[in-house]
Design a protein around this ligand. Structure first.
Ligand SMILES: Nc1ncnc2c1ncn2[C@@H]1O[C@H](COP(=O)(O)OP(=O)(O)OP(=O)(O)O)[C@@H](O)[C@H]1O
Length: 216
């Protein structure tokens, strides 16, 4: 993947080979600027790569680092319902789907809350519920816990963990800088210089990170 034009080209991905098993929680780690978000955006169809290929289950739900870029409605329930507008569902069906997805992220008690009164982590869970409402096979989650406190971090991770797998075999690809989050993952990868440098179980990646001098 290359950004820029003829006079100012920047190659960001250089043969990033990533394989994630369906129905698992996979963490993607790597230093700032190594290309994690670019890879995620390509997988989510938000960016068109100039070469290479990939296969991914569809539909995919994408959740951004800053929930304020994703939450568009004044209340929690209205926001989760927003994306369902294009499916021509009956009102009762929308209500049922909203309730069900808010329960998945443990936000059912907050359905009528104004979204601007939520904490960062609660907003992330509303954004996740919005993505889940459309029954995605894959959740692409870009640094959701960067700006949240420890309690919210745990709540957001547990919300994602609880929807992974299951009868629908939902897969989560979670980009983060926070190494302690490896304990939630089934598997992980470390990316640097536009390439996947190492992939394996969460424990194997933790060992690899230690070998690079990280405290895990
Ligand atoms: N739209 C763009 N135009 C030009 N360069 C870009 C664009 N988006 C990203 N880049 C550059 O591509 C490189 C990879 O960015 P990317 O956001 O994919 O990295 P990242 O690993 O997710 O970084 P971080 O952990 O800091 O979010 C960076 O050098 C970034 O500045």
């Amino acid at each position: 993947m290359t950004y820029g034009n003829e006079s100012n080209r920047k190659q960001v991905l250089a043969g990033a080979h990533l394989m994630v098993q369906r129905g698992t929680f996979h963490i993607l780690l790597g230093p700032n600027g190594c290309g994690k978000s670019t890879l995620l955006r390509i997988l989510g169809g938000l960016l068109q790569p100039d070469s290479g290929s990939f296969r991914i289950d569809r539909p995919c739900g994408f959740v951004f680092q800053n929930p304020d870029h994703q939450i568009v409605m004044p209340t929690v329930a209205a926001d989760v319902a927003f994306g369902l507008g294009r499916y021509k569902l009956r009102e009762a069906e929308v209500r049922a789907q909203v309730n069900c997805t808010l329960e998945m992220v443990n936000m059912q008690e907050q359905a009528q809350r104004p979204t601007h009164t939520l904490s960062g982590g609660q907003k992330q869970r509303v954004a996740i519920a919005g993505a889940l409402a459309e029954n995605p096979k894959v959740l692409l989650l870009d640094e959701l816990t960067t700006f949240v406190d420890a309690d919210d971090q745990q709540n957001v991770l547990e919300a994602v963990k609880s929807v992974v797998g299951g009868p629908e075999q939902v897969t989560a690809l979670w980009v983060t800088h926070r190494l302690e989050e490896l304990e939630y993952a089934d598997s992980a990868s470390y990316m640097d210089g536009g390439k996947i440098q190492f992939s394996g179980s969460a424990a194997a990646v933790a060992d690899y990170m230690r070998s690079l001098g990280a405290r895990v």
